[in-house]
Ligand binder design. Structure first.
Ligand code: HEC
Length: 160
């Protein structure tokens, strides 16, 4: 084996490790902590918690915008606001934060972003906005199911 090929193997092994590490972050489930209200707490840094709760408020604002736009038959607004919170947002998530989230929560999170993309797509083809009401109702099952099971607490702070 010549020297340059050893380098190839070295680079390939390194790349494989990077890919495995990236995959691991998505498959690995973060630990949760049982709380008195029956939900499981995901422990985050104060900054991570502030950021994720901000994203949640954006979700709610988007649902409000879409609901109003359905009533006004304003397909453009639906497509724009729904795709702004679609899967493209997931790509910008920090791997350290992702690793703290339990697998079930990650699945529901991805399903929610994907459902917004699906609504954006449906709004760009349908003439009948009432079809989107059912889609939005289904999408919101992700919100309510996740909220029933999880909360976000701060690491090292006393919570119950
Ligand atoms: C994958 C899980 C998950 C999904 C999906 C989800 N949320 Fe949340 N959301 C949470 C958690 C956990 C909290 C924090 C609750 C707590 O700590 O008490 C939260 C908090 C919130 C808050 C409060 C924000 C604040 O400033 O305190 C709002 C509003 C919210 N979510 C809206 C939504 C809406 C609307 C959707 C659906 C479009 C949604 N969420 C989908 C997990 C989720």
């Amino acid at each position: 084996m010549n020297k340059s090929c050893k380098l190839c193997w070295g680079i390939s092994t390194l790349l494989l490790l990077v890919i495995l590490a990236a995959g691991f972050v998505f498959v690995k489930g973060g630990k949760t902590h049982a709380r008195a209200d029956g939900r499981s707490a995901v422990l985050l840094t104060p900054a991570e918690r502030v950021r994720v709760l901000g994203e949640m408020r954006t979700f709610l604002e988007t649902v409000q915008t879409i609901t109003e736009a359905i009533a006004e038959n304003d397909m453009d607004t639906i497509t724009k606001s729904a795709s702004a919170v679609g899967m493209s947002l997931v790509k910008t998530e920090n791997p350290a934060f992702m690793a703290k989230l339990p697998v079930e929560l990650k699945k529901m999170g991805f399903a929610t972003h994907q459902a917004f993309d699906d609504i954006a797509q449906a709004a760009s083809v349908t003439e009948n906005p009432t079809e989107l009401v059912a889609d939005l109702g289904n999408l919101m099952l992700n919100c309510t199911t996740c909220h029933a099971s999880y909360r976000f607490d701060v690491e090292g702070r006393k919570n119950n």
